[in-house]
Write a protein that binds this ligand. Structure first.
Ligand SMILES: *Cc1c(COP(=O)(O)O)cnc(C)c1O
Length: 324
Protein backbone atom coordinates (compact mmCIF):
# COMPACT_ATOMS: atom_id res chain seq x y z
CA UNK A 1 0.00 0.00 0.00
CA UNK A 2 2.84 2.40 0.85
CA UNK A 3 4.45 1.64 -2.50
CA UNK A 4 1.16 2.25 -4.34
CA UNK A 5 0.89 5.58 -2.54
CA UNK A 6 4.44 6.56 -3.42
CA UNK A 7 3.93 5.65 -7.07
CA UNK A 8 0.48 7.25 -7.42
CA UNK A 9 -0.09 9.62 -10.31
CA UNK A 10 -1.45 12.84 -8.82
CA UNK A 11 -2.89 16.21 -9.85
CA UNK A 12 -4.83 19.03 -8.22
CA UNK A 13 -8.15 17.54 -7.17
CA UNK A 14 -9.66 20.96 -6.42
CA UNK A 15 -9.42 21.42 -10.21
CA UNK A 16 -10.66 17.83 -10.72
CA UNK A 17 -7.26 16.91 -12.16
CA UNK A 18 -6.11 14.09 -9.93
CA UNK A 19 -6.37 10.91 -12.06
CA UNK A 20 -6.06 8.56 -9.08
CA UNK A 21 -8.91 10.26 -7.20
CA UNK A 22 -11.07 10.15 -10.35
CA UNK A 23 -10.30 6.44 -10.71
CA UNK A 24 -11.22 5.71 -7.08
CA UNK A 25 -14.47 7.66 -7.39
CA UNK A 26 -15.40 5.72 -10.55
CA UNK A 27 -14.44 2.42 -8.98
CA UNK A 28 -16.53 3.00 -5.84
CA UNK A 29 -19.52 4.39 -7.77
CA UNK A 30 -19.41 1.23 -9.89
CA UNK A 31 -19.02 -1.09 -6.88
CA UNK A 32 -22.04 0.53 -5.24
CA UNK A 33 -24.11 0.75 -8.43
CA UNK A 34 -24.45 4.54 -8.18
CA UNK A 35 -23.92 7.22 -10.86
CA UNK A 36 -21.12 9.07 -9.07
CA UNK A 37 -18.99 9.15 -5.95
CA UNK A 38 -16.94 11.77 -4.11
CA UNK A 39 -13.76 11.21 -2.10
CA UNK A 40 -13.84 12.89 1.33
CA UNK A 41 -11.51 12.94 4.36
CA UNK A 42 -13.78 11.08 6.79
CA UNK A 43 -16.91 9.00 7.14
CA UNK A 44 -18.41 11.73 9.28
CA UNK A 45 -18.01 14.21 6.44
CA UNK A 46 -19.55 11.73 4.01
CA UNK A 47 -22.60 11.30 6.25
CA UNK A 48 -22.90 15.03 6.90
CA UNK A 49 -22.72 15.80 3.18
CA UNK A 50 -25.58 13.36 2.70
CA UNK A 51 -27.63 15.10 5.39
CA UNK A 52 -26.78 18.47 3.86
CA UNK A 53 -27.74 17.60 0.27
CA UNK A 54 -30.97 15.82 1.19
CA UNK A 55 -32.38 18.38 3.64
CA UNK A 56 -33.21 22.02 4.36
CA UNK A 57 -33.02 23.69 7.78
CA UNK A 58 -36.12 22.75 9.79
CA UNK A 59 -36.33 19.27 8.30
CA UNK A 60 -36.24 16.12 10.38
CA UNK A 61 -34.01 13.08 9.87
CA UNK A 62 -35.26 9.71 11.09
CA UNK A 63 -32.54 7.36 12.29
CA UNK A 64 -31.85 4.52 14.70
CA UNK A 65 -30.88 5.67 18.20
CA UNK A 66 -27.52 3.89 18.37
CA UNK A 67 -26.26 5.16 15.02
CA UNK A 68 -23.03 7.05 14.33
CA UNK A 69 -24.83 10.16 13.02
CA UNK A 70 -26.61 10.56 16.38
CA UNK A 71 -23.77 9.54 18.71
CA UNK A 72 -20.35 10.14 17.19
CA UNK A 73 -20.45 13.14 14.86
CA UNK A 74 -20.38 15.94 17.46
CA UNK A 75 -23.97 17.00 16.75
CA UNK A 76 -22.90 17.98 13.23
CA UNK A 77 -26.34 17.50 11.65
CA UNK A 78 -28.07 20.27 13.67
CA UNK A 79 -24.95 22.45 13.55
CA UNK A 80 -24.21 22.19 9.82
CA UNK A 81 -27.62 21.46 8.30
CA UNK A 82 -30.06 22.94 10.81
CA UNK A 83 -31.98 19.70 10.99
CA UNK A 84 -33.51 17.81 13.90
CA UNK A 85 -32.62 14.17 14.38
CA UNK A 86 -35.42 11.79 15.38
CA UNK A 87 -33.70 8.74 16.89
CA UNK A 88 -35.92 5.64 17.06
CA UNK A 89 -35.14 2.72 19.35
CA UNK A 90 -34.43 -0.16 16.98
CA UNK A 91 -33.51 -3.80 17.46
CA UNK A 92 -29.83 -4.56 16.88
CA UNK A 93 -29.53 -1.47 14.70
CA UNK A 94 -32.60 -2.33 12.67
CA UNK A 95 -35.71 -0.25 12.06
CA UNK A 96 -38.92 -1.90 10.88
CA UNK A 97 -41.05 -0.40 8.09
CA UNK A 98 -43.88 0.05 10.64
CA UNK A 99 -41.60 2.06 12.95
CA UNK A 100 -40.50 4.31 10.11
CA UNK A 101 -44.08 4.72 8.88
CA UNK A 102 -45.14 5.74 12.39
CA UNK A 103 -42.35 8.29 12.68
CA UNK A 104 -43.03 10.13 9.42
CA UNK A 105 -44.80 13.45 10.08
CA UNK A 106 -48.14 14.30 8.54
CA UNK A 107 -47.23 17.63 6.98
CA UNK A 108 -48.83 20.04 9.49
CA UNK A 109 -47.00 23.34 9.37
CA UNK A 110 -46.25 23.21 13.12
CA UNK A 111 -44.31 19.97 12.76
CA UNK A 112 -40.76 19.51 11.54
CA UNK A 113 -40.81 18.17 7.99
CA UNK A 114 -39.73 14.54 7.63
CA UNK A 115 -37.20 14.50 4.84
CA UNK A 116 -34.58 11.78 5.24
CA UNK A 117 -34.24 8.30 6.74
CA UNK A 118 -30.76 6.98 7.61
CA UNK A 119 -29.68 3.42 8.36
CA UNK A 120 -26.27 1.99 9.24
CA UNK A 121 -24.88 -1.32 7.91
CA UNK A 122 -23.18 -2.91 9.73
CA UNK A 123 -24.54 -1.26 12.88
CA UNK A 124 -21.49 -0.44 14.99
CA UNK A 125 -22.94 0.18 18.45
CA UNK A 126 -25.35 -2.73 18.08
CA UNK A 127 -22.29 -4.98 17.75
CA UNK A 128 -21.41 -4.90 14.06
CA UNK A 129 -24.77 -6.44 13.22
CA UNK A 130 -25.92 -6.88 9.63
CA UNK A 131 -29.26 -5.38 8.63
CA UNK A 132 -31.94 -7.71 7.32
CA UNK A 133 -31.97 -6.89 3.61
CA UNK A 134 -35.65 -7.74 3.08
CA UNK A 135 -36.53 -5.35 5.89
CA UNK A 136 -34.29 -2.63 4.41
CA UNK A 137 -36.05 -3.01 1.06
CA UNK A 138 -39.42 -2.71 2.85
CA UNK A 139 -38.27 0.45 4.66
CA UNK A 140 -37.13 1.77 1.28
CA UNK A 141 -40.65 1.29 -0.11
CA UNK A 142 -42.08 3.33 2.78
CA UNK A 143 -39.46 6.04 2.33
CA UNK A 144 -40.14 6.32 -1.39
CA UNK A 145 -43.93 6.20 -1.07
CA UNK A 146 -43.71 9.19 1.30
CA UNK A 147 -41.32 11.10 -0.99
CA UNK A 148 -38.44 11.05 1.49
CA UNK A 149 -34.75 10.37 0.83
CA UNK A 150 -32.85 7.32 2.06
CA UNK A 151 -29.20 7.33 3.14
CA UNK A 152 -27.00 4.42 4.22
CA UNK A 153 -24.03 4.88 6.52
CA UNK A 154 -22.00 2.04 5.04
CA UNK A 155 -18.76 2.67 6.90
CA UNK A 156 -18.60 -1.14 7.22
CA UNK A 157 -20.66 -2.08 4.15
CA UNK A 158 -17.75 -4.33 3.09
CA UNK A 159 -18.23 -6.39 6.25
CA UNK A 160 -21.99 -6.52 5.71
CA UNK A 161 -21.40 -7.87 2.19
CA UNK A 162 -19.11 -10.62 3.45
CA UNK A 163 -21.49 -11.62 6.25
CA UNK A 164 -24.70 -11.53 4.19
CA UNK A 165 -23.37 -13.00 0.97
CA UNK A 166 -24.95 -10.09 -0.90
CA UNK A 167 -22.82 -7.71 -2.96
CA UNK A 168 -22.17 -4.11 -1.91
CA UNK A 169 -24.20 -3.11 -4.95
CA UNK A 170 -27.21 -5.15 -3.82
CA UNK A 171 -26.97 -3.83 -0.28
CA UNK A 172 -26.72 -0.23 -1.58
CA UNK A 173 -29.55 -0.53 -4.11
CA UNK A 174 -32.46 0.57 -1.87
CA UNK A 175 -30.68 3.83 -0.93
CA UNK A 176 -30.30 7.17 -2.69
CA UNK A 177 -26.90 7.83 -1.18
CA UNK A 178 -24.35 5.59 0.52
CA UNK A 179 -21.22 6.48 2.48
CA UNK A 180 -18.35 4.01 2.77
CA UNK A 181 -15.04 4.06 4.67
CA UNK A 182 -11.68 2.86 3.39
CA UNK A 183 -10.11 3.48 6.77
CA UNK A 184 -11.83 0.83 8.86
CA UNK A 185 -11.50 -2.88 8.12
CA UNK A 186 -9.99 -2.19 4.69
CA UNK A 187 -6.92 -0.74 6.35
CA UNK A 188 -6.30 2.45 4.32
CA UNK A 189 -4.89 5.29 6.45
CA UNK A 190 -7.56 7.86 5.54
CA UNK A 191 -10.58 8.25 3.34
CA UNK A 192 -14.28 7.77 2.76
CA UNK A 193 -16.66 8.28 -0.14
CA UNK A 194 -20.24 9.29 -0.63
CA UNK A 195 -21.98 7.78 -3.67
CA UNK A 196 -25.32 8.58 -5.28
CA UNK A 197 -27.01 10.30 -8.23
CA UNK A 198 -24.74 12.72 -10.16
CA UNK A 199 -26.91 15.73 -9.30
CA UNK A 200 -26.60 15.08 -5.54
CA UNK A 201 -22.89 14.31 -5.73
CA UNK A 202 -22.36 17.64 -7.51
CA UNK A 203 -24.15 19.35 -4.63
CA UNK A 204 -22.02 17.39 -2.16
CA UNK A 205 -18.90 18.51 -4.06
CA UNK A 206 -19.81 22.16 -3.44
CA UNK A 207 -20.60 21.47 0.25
CA UNK A 208 -17.34 19.57 0.66
CA UNK A 209 -15.59 22.80 -0.31
CA UNK A 210 -17.75 24.77 2.12
CA UNK A 211 -16.51 22.46 4.88
CA UNK A 212 -12.88 22.89 3.81
CA UNK A 213 -12.71 19.33 2.52
CA UNK A 214 -11.38 20.11 -0.97
CA UNK A 215 -7.92 18.51 -1.08
CA UNK A 216 -5.14 19.13 -3.57
CA UNK A 217 -2.78 16.30 -4.64
CA UNK A 218 -4.72 13.74 -2.70
CA UNK A 219 -4.14 10.88 -5.15
CA UNK A 220 -1.63 9.44 -2.68
CA UNK A 221 -4.57 8.70 -0.38
CA UNK A 222 -6.85 7.56 -3.19
CA UNK A 223 -4.11 5.12 -4.23
CA UNK A 224 -4.20 3.61 -0.74
CA UNK A 225 -7.97 3.23 -1.07
CA UNK A 226 -7.73 1.58 -4.49
CA UNK A 227 -5.08 -0.76 -3.15
CA UNK A 228 -7.27 -1.63 -0.16
CA UNK A 229 -10.28 -2.36 -2.37
CA UNK A 230 -8.21 -4.61 -4.66
CA UNK A 231 -6.15 -6.42 -2.05
CA UNK A 232 -7.69 -6.20 1.41
CA UNK A 233 -11.40 -6.72 0.87
CA UNK A 234 -10.97 -10.47 0.39
CA UNK A 235 -9.32 -10.78 3.82
CA UNK A 236 -12.35 -9.57 5.79
CA UNK A 237 -13.70 -13.12 6.39
CA UNK A 238 -10.57 -13.76 8.52
CA UNK A 239 -11.45 -10.77 10.72
CA UNK A 240 -14.93 -12.20 11.19
CA UNK A 241 -13.60 -15.67 12.05
CA UNK A 242 -11.19 -14.17 14.60
CA UNK A 243 -13.97 -12.10 16.17
CA UNK A 244 -16.01 -15.26 16.58
CA UNK A 245 -13.09 -17.06 18.21
CA UNK A 246 -12.53 -14.10 20.53
CA UNK A 247 -16.23 -14.10 21.45
CA UNK A 248 -16.27 -17.85 22.12
CA UNK A 249 -13.19 -17.46 24.33
CA UNK A 250 -14.62 -14.51 26.25
CA UNK A 251 -17.89 -16.39 26.81
CA UNK A 252 -15.98 -18.87 28.99
CA UNK A 253 -15.15 -16.20 31.61
CA UNK A 254 -17.55 -15.92 34.55
CA UNK A 255 -17.13 -12.12 34.66
CA UNK A 256 -18.17 -11.74 31.03
CA UNK A 257 -21.68 -11.65 29.62
CA UNK A 258 -21.79 -12.11 25.88
CA UNK A 259 -24.07 -13.66 23.33
CA UNK A 260 -21.62 -15.25 20.88
CA UNK A 261 -24.43 -15.60 18.32
CA UNK A 262 -24.64 -11.80 18.22
CA UNK A 263 -21.15 -11.65 16.74
CA UNK A 264 -21.83 -11.39 13.02
CA UNK A 265 -18.79 -9.51 11.71
CA UNK A 266 -15.58 -8.03 13.18
CA UNK A 267 -17.04 -6.45 16.34
CA UNK A 268 -17.36 -8.16 19.71
CA UNK A 269 -19.53 -6.41 22.32
CA UNK A 270 -19.44 -7.81 25.83
CA UNK A 271 -20.37 -6.79 29.38
CA UNK A 272 -18.13 -7.19 32.40
CA UNK A 273 -19.11 -7.56 36.06
CA UNK A 274 -17.07 -6.92 39.20
CA UNK A 275 -15.31 -3.93 37.59
CA UNK A 276 -16.53 -1.06 35.43
CA UNK A 277 -15.83 -1.09 31.72
CA UNK A 278 -13.40 1.83 32.18
CA UNK A 279 -11.37 -0.02 34.85
CA UNK A 280 -11.33 -3.16 32.73
CA UNK A 281 -10.23 -1.23 29.65
CA UNK A 282 -7.33 0.34 31.62
CA UNK A 283 -6.19 -3.00 33.00
CA UNK A 284 -6.42 -4.63 29.57
CA UNK A 285 -4.37 -1.78 28.13
CA UNK A 286 -1.63 -2.46 30.71
CA UNK A 287 -1.74 -6.07 29.54
CA UNK A 288 -1.28 -4.91 25.92
CA UNK A 289 -4.87 -5.32 24.69
CA UNK A 290 -6.66 -2.27 23.33
CA UNK A 291 -10.45 -2.19 23.54
CA UNK A 292 -13.01 0.61 23.87
CA UNK A 293 -15.57 1.26 26.64
CA UNK A 294 -19.09 1.38 25.16
CA UNK A 295 -21.16 1.82 28.34
CA UNK A 296 -20.87 1.51 32.10
CA UNK A 297 -20.20 -2.24 31.86
CA UNK A 298 -19.94 -2.64 28.08
CA UNK A 299 -16.74 -3.03 26.07
CA UNK A 300 -16.16 -3.21 22.34
CA UNK A 301 -13.39 -5.29 20.86
CA UNK A 302 -12.67 -5.14 17.15
CA UNK A 303 -10.60 -7.49 15.03
CA UNK A 304 -8.62 -6.16 12.09
CA UNK A 305 -6.20 -7.22 9.39
CA UNK A 306 -3.08 -6.63 11.49
CA UNK A 307 -4.10 -9.36 13.96
CA UNK A 308 -3.14 -13.03 13.76
CA UNK A 309 -4.72 -16.08 15.38
CA UNK A 310 -1.89 -15.97 17.93
CA UNK A 311 -2.89 -12.40 18.81
CA UNK A 312 -6.40 -13.63 19.66
CA UNK A 313 -4.86 -16.24 21.98
CA UNK A 314 -2.73 -13.51 23.62
CA UNK A 315 -5.78 -11.25 24.04
CA UNK A 316 -7.79 -14.09 25.61
CA UNK A 317 -4.92 -14.97 27.96
CA UNK A 318 -4.64 -11.31 29.03
CA UNK A 319 -8.41 -11.03 29.47
CA UNK A 320 -8.34 -14.21 31.56
CA UNK A 321 -5.77 -12.65 33.95
CA UNK A 322 -7.55 -9.30 34.17
CA UNK A 323 -11.05 -10.72 34.62
CA UNK A 324 -10.13 -13.62 36.92
C1 LIG B 1 -16.16 5.13 11.75
C2 LIG B 1 -17.55 5.32 11.35
C3 LIG B 1 -17.94 6.44 10.59
C4 LIG B 1 -16.99 7.52 10.15
O1 LIG B 1 -16.05 7.87 11.05
P1 LIG B 1 -14.85 8.89 10.72
O2 LIG B 1 -13.98 8.70 11.91
O3 LIG B 1 -15.44 10.22 10.62
O4 LIG B 1 -14.20 8.44 9.44
C5 LIG B 1 -19.26 6.55 10.22
N1 LIG B 1 -20.15 5.60 10.56
C6 LIG B 1 -19.82 4.52 11.27
C7 LIG B 1 -20.86 3.51 11.58
C8 LIG B 1 -18.51 4.34 11.70
O5 LIG B 1 -18.20 3.27 12.42
Amino acid sequence: MRRAMAEAEVGDDVFGEDPTVLLLQERVADLLGKEAALFVPSGSMANQLAVRVHTQPGDEVICEASCHIVNYESAAAPVLSGVQLLPLQGTRGRLSPEQVTGAIRHGYYWEPQSRLVCLENTANKAGGTVLDHTEVVAVGHVVRAKGLAFHLDGARLWNAAVASGLSERELAAPFDTVSVCLSKGLGAPIGSLIAGPTELIQKAHRWRKVLGGGMRQVGILAAAGLYALENHRQDLPSDHARARRLADGLAAFVAVTIDPVSVETNIVMFDVSGMTALETVDRLKEAGVLVVPFGLQRIRATTHRDLSDADIDLALAAAGRVLA
